[in-house]
Design a protein around this ligand. Structure first.
Ligand code: BES
Ligand code: MN
Ligand code: ZN
Length: 493
């Protein structure tokens, strides 16, 4: 998909369809909307009055364009008035998704609320997201060429448009989000740890150095926590590290992004129930996000001192699987009593975060589908984050906000550390249910010594059903936040 920005009157733009966001506050049309509606011969007002579109219960309405030279006007629920990347991204993805399967080559999207450059970039990313087809990867015989049509070009209309080259960079970001999304959606029989390593090795073409540690190398390094999780699976674990050209020259500022890569989380011996277990192929979403972000930053700003680390395992039961009660020794020397083999994400992150620090990371961000509690507390809209120190968390939050992702801080209440004391080891991997979201972060905090943010995307990584703005499955969550964070991290030469 191509995207460009234009500062024109929406009534005069050349396109097949014009998308017009309508807000809750538009009961009475403001002047700009009234002018467009008048030029169209009142079709927008008419559709609303007739009940074809209502802000309360409709996401979109595709209506005849009246006196305007479009095939159709697409009314899009813009929720509430007010600009910002999140809303621009949501409106854009809803618009292009609504037009899937229609013969629309060019869509004009009116950004009515005076978006700035970040809003335009977010709209470009959203527009591409709306055209995403989760079934394209494996294919379906029942799809026809006509049913597979997508919007091919989007014209974003508004005043604050960035330069054409900025819009090109926006599409590189959109591609990165999609790359992460495709990876996170891949089935566990197809994407196991070594396959993810194969994907990562392709980043050599983008100038990255790619290192893949196997079982023997990890054993030599003492990564007992990661290896314990992986030992029950036939597919062996891997630790993937992708260093950008700028990493070595980073000196006293180096950012490592670490993503949980559980290719399938059955729970292990503490096995999960059958209900929705297939969703646990998405437990590698953090790894997919950091690999996609590294690829994107390597293309946009290769001199960024960035490393992506993806500890990859399959969490499976079996004759050789880790048992509840086992004690493992992490690379940082701490012993961990494994109370619940389903609390595996924190075990692999413990070793990966420490390894990233040993490699020279001065700043850490980990991204993980870590706890069901995050999903229950936040649903799909927000990712939970924990930060030490909180200033570093605010940098992540600002990056998220700028690209239209939503994060919310939770307290890193170290008072709960005592609840993780073990009778046999330094720490247990899982305590009681109360406060378990916070305690998962308190666990991780024992394995880091530099500024660190933990982002729990368990609820936000994928949709469990189709929505107007995105189809069921992976969303590419955190890719745009990580890219923005990395680009802002070190001043570019
Ligand atoms: N991968 C899961 C968390 C998860 C649950 C992600 C639902 C997405 C949707 C994680 O490994 C897990 O099993 N966590 C347990 C931890 C518990 C045993 C302490 C949980 O949240 O129940
Ligand atoms: Mn688990
Ligand atoms: Zn998991």
């Amino acid at each position: 998909m191509r995207v460009r920005a234009e500062s024109v009157n929406p009534a005069t733009v050349s396109a097949d369809v014009l998308a017009v966001p309508i807000y809750k506050e538009d009961a009475e049309f403001p002047a700009d909307l009234a002018a467009l509606d008048a030029a169209a011969g009142g079709v927008i007002r008419g559709a609303i009055d007739w009940g074809e579109f209502s802000i309360a219960d409709r996401y979109t309405a595709l209506i005849p364009a009246g006196d305007l030279p479009f095939e159709r006007i697409l009314i899009v629920n813009g929720i509430r008035r007010g600009k910002g990347p999140w809303r621009a991204r949501r409106i854009a993805s809803t618009a292009t998704r609504r037009l899937q399967g229609h013969g629309v080559a060019t869509l004009a999207l009116w950004l009515r609320d005076g978006e700035d450059a970040d809003g335009f970039v977010a709209a470009a990313v959203g527009a591409q997201q709306g055209t995403f087809r989760p079934f394209a990867y494996y294919g379906r015989t029942r799809d026809t060429a006509a049913s597979l049509r997508s919007v091919r070009e989007v014209v974003l209309i508004g005043e604050g448009a960035p330069s054409a080259s900025e819009m090109e960079r926006a599409m590189e970001l959109a591609d990165g989000v999609e790359f992460g999304r495709v990876l996170a959606n891949r089935a566990s029989n197809d994407l196991y740890p070594e396959q993810m390593a194969e994907v990562a090795r392709e980043l050599v073409a983008d100038g990255c150095t790619v290192e893949v540690l196997g079982v023997e190398e990890m054993r030599a390094l003492g990564m007992g926590a990661l290896l314990g999780v992986g030992q029950g699976a036939t597919h062996e674990p891997r630790l993937i590290a992708i260093k950008l050209p700028g990493w070595e020259r980073g000196g006293d500022r180096r950012l490592a992004i670490v993503g949980k890569g559980v290719c399938f989380d059955s729970g292990g011996i503490s096995i999960k129930g059958a209900a929705a277990m297939e969703e646990m192929k998405h437990d590698k979403s953090g790894a997919a996000a950091v690999i996609a972000a590294a690829r994107t930053v390597a293309r946009l700003a290769p001199e960024t001192p960035l490393m992506a680390v993806a500890p990859m395992v399959e969490n499976m039961p079996g004759g050789n699987a880790q048992r509840p009660g086992d004690v493992v020794k992490a690379m940082n020397g701490m012993t961990i009593e494994v109370i619940n083999t389903d609390a595996e994400g924190r075990l692999i992150l413990a070793d990966a975060l420490h390894w990233a620090e040993i490699q020279g990371a001065t700043h850490l961000v980990d991204v993980a589908t870590l706890t069901g509690a995050a999903s229950i507390a936040f649903g799909e809209l927000y990712s939970a984050y924990f930060a030490k120190p909180r200033d570093w968390g605010r940098a992540v939050e600002a990056a998220a906000e700028a690209t239209g992702e939503r994060v919310w801080e939770m307290p890193l209440a170290t008072e709960y550390r005592a609840a993780l004391d073990s009778a046999h080891a330094d720490i247990v991997n899982s305590g009681t249910r109360d406060g378990s979201l916070i305690k998962s972060a308190v666990f991780l905090a024992d394995f880091v010594t530099v500024p660190w943010v933990h982002l729990d995307i368990a609820g936000s990584a994928y949709l469990t059903a189709d929505k107007a703005h995105n189809p069921k499955g992976a969303l590419g969550t955190a890719v745009s936040t990580l890219v923005r964070l990395a680009l802002d991290f070190a001043p570019r030469a």
